[in-house]
Design a protein around this ligand. Structure first.
Ligand SMILES: Nc1nc2c(ncn2[C@@H]2O[C@H](COP(=O)(O)OP(=O)(O)OP(=O)(O)O)[C@@H](O)[C@H]2O)c(=O)[nH]1
Length: 202
């Protein structure tokens, strides 16, 4: 029987408790949203296969608990991840400040070549925004990573974010080279408020 996919990529979502990691994964894997908050205990995963550059990429997306008390369990999963998504909540300043700590945690626990992506979730709540798009864009530039504002609730930029990370891993792994091997142009990079397209990587 033909293999159902060409590559298997393991992704991991990290970030403070309540920023919407589980909801982003459920939106991506099942195209669903639930406003009831059930905090993740430990770790869990969901699967979705996507088509990128003509390849079938099976994404195994791991959901970690944001609560400090699960840190020993969750950091044990960093090493196996090929891509790590750092999530903050645009209505929660503290969750953005903590991104620096989550970055540090990646450095201490993940594999050296891991691809990273920054997401500012809950961008449907513009009236309660505390973190300006420009600040997060600046942070992403400093770390040389891509940045999207997303809404798991309104389904904004969720597919784009996961696909962009998968594409970067694919290109990096050399499984499929694009001409000179440079990164694919990130046409989908758009802040939530539909400002002109901008790429955090330059
Ligand atoms: N308005 C809005 N609410 C959201 C969005 N994403 C998640 N939420 C809500 O935020 C709360 C927390 O979402 P979760 O996905 O459980 O958060 P989490 O980051 O997985 O939290 P932990 O499991 O504790 O680490 C829930 O009440 C969600 O309904 C979003 O895009 N917009």
């Amino acid at each position: 029987m033909a293999k159902a996919y060409d590559h298997l990529f393991k992704l991991l979502l990290i970030g403070d408790s309540g920023v919407g990691k589980t909801c982003l994964i459920i939106r991506f894997a099942e195209d669903n949203f639930n406003s009831t908050y059930i905090s993740t205990i430990g770790i869990d995963f969901k699967i979705r296969t996507v088509d990128i550059e003509g390849k079938k990429i099976k994404l195994q997306v791991w959901d970690t608990a944001g609560q400090e008390r699960f840190k020993t369990i969750t950091t044990a999963y960093y090493r196996g991840a090929m891509g790590i998504i750092l999530v903050y909540d645009i209505t929660d300043e503290k969750s953005f400040e903590n991104i620096q700590n989550w970055m540090k945690s990646i450095k201490e626990n993940a594999s050296a070549g891991v691809e990273r992506l920054l997401l500012g979730n809950k961008c449907d709540m513009e009236a309660r925004r505390k973190v300006q798009w420009e600040r997060a864009d600046q942070l992403a530039r400093e770390h040389g990573i891509r940045f999207f504002e997303t809404s798991a609730k309104s389904s904004v930029n969720v597919d784009e974010a996961f696909s962009s990370l998968a594409r970067d891993i694919l290109l990096k792994s050399g499984a499929r080279r694009l001409g000179d091997g440079s990164r694919a142009p990130s046409a989908a990079l758009q802040p939530c408020n539909k400002r002109a397209t901008k790429c955090s990587l330059g």
